[in-house]
Design a protein around this ligand. Structure first.
Ligand SMILES: CC(C)(COP(=O)(O)OP(=O)(O)OC[C@H]1O[C@@H](n2cnc3c(N)ncnc32)[C@H](O)[C@@H]1OP(=O)(O)O)[C@@H](O)C(=O)NCCC(=O)NCCS
Length: 166
């Protein structure tokens, strides 16, 4: 089991979809800070979203708040073991309590346990909260660049972050 004091990561399945939909159905600003979560979200679109992420080299988890036995967000990584890309999202009512940082620590330890060497993350420049999460985890900013995000209106400025875990 992948767990900390407050959280557990469970493999994301169809039964996680409706909980994630509820968390984000009224949070367009939050969704716009992610690279590809569907906007507007629907059960069907969220299923497509996580299944697209569910390739052989992907690991997507529902983040469970153990005290309430409820899903509070999602986190995952994908790519080959030399360098995977990580992403996460926490429902608005659960933010500001350290949950993203705690869930990411679990995710990083899991990645390490399966032999991943490096974790990369990208943040839109409008997302200081996520930058803070990555800094707290020890990620280093390796540069500002422009990248095309078809689901987010095209070219966007991003910071790229890396953490070596080998
Ligand atoms: C980014 C996100 C995952 C953070 O989740 P969270 O559970 O609130 O994160 P944490 O509580 O672990 O840490 C947030 C940190 O940001 C800090 N913070 C909050 N607002 C901030 C701001 N405007 N500028 C800088 N830091 C800020 C908090 O103080 C906290 O740091 P601290 O623990 O040192 O005080 C959440 O806001 C979210 O899901 N947003 C929408 C989706 C998203 O942005 N996903 C990431 C895409 S890269």
């Amino acid at each position: 089991m992948i767990e900390s004091d407050r959280l557990e990561l469970q493999t994301f399945t169809d039964s996680s979809v409706s909980a994630l939909l509820q968390l984000f159905s009224n949070d367009a600003p939050g969704i716009k800070l992610t690279s590809s979560f569907p906007l507007p979200p629907t059960e069907e679109k969220i299923k497509e979203w996580y299944k697209a992420k569910h390739a052989e080299t992907s690991h997507t988890f529902a983040i469970i708040l153990k005290s309430e036995n409820t899903i509070i967000g999602a986190i995952g990584f994908s790519g080959n073991k030399e360098a995977v890309g990580m992403g996460y999202m926490i429902g608005e009512q659960f933010r500001g309590k350290g949950y993203a940082t705690e869930a990411a620590k679990l995710c990083i330890n899991y990645a390490k346990s399966i032999g991943v060497s490096k974790i990369l993350a990208e943040t839109f420049i409008e997302n200081p909260k996520s930058e803070k999460v990555l800094q707290k985890l020890g990620f280093k900013n390796i540069g500002l660049s422009t990248k095309n995000f078809p689901a987010r209106g095209g070219d966007r400025k991003i910071n790229t972050w890396e953490l070596n875990i080998k």
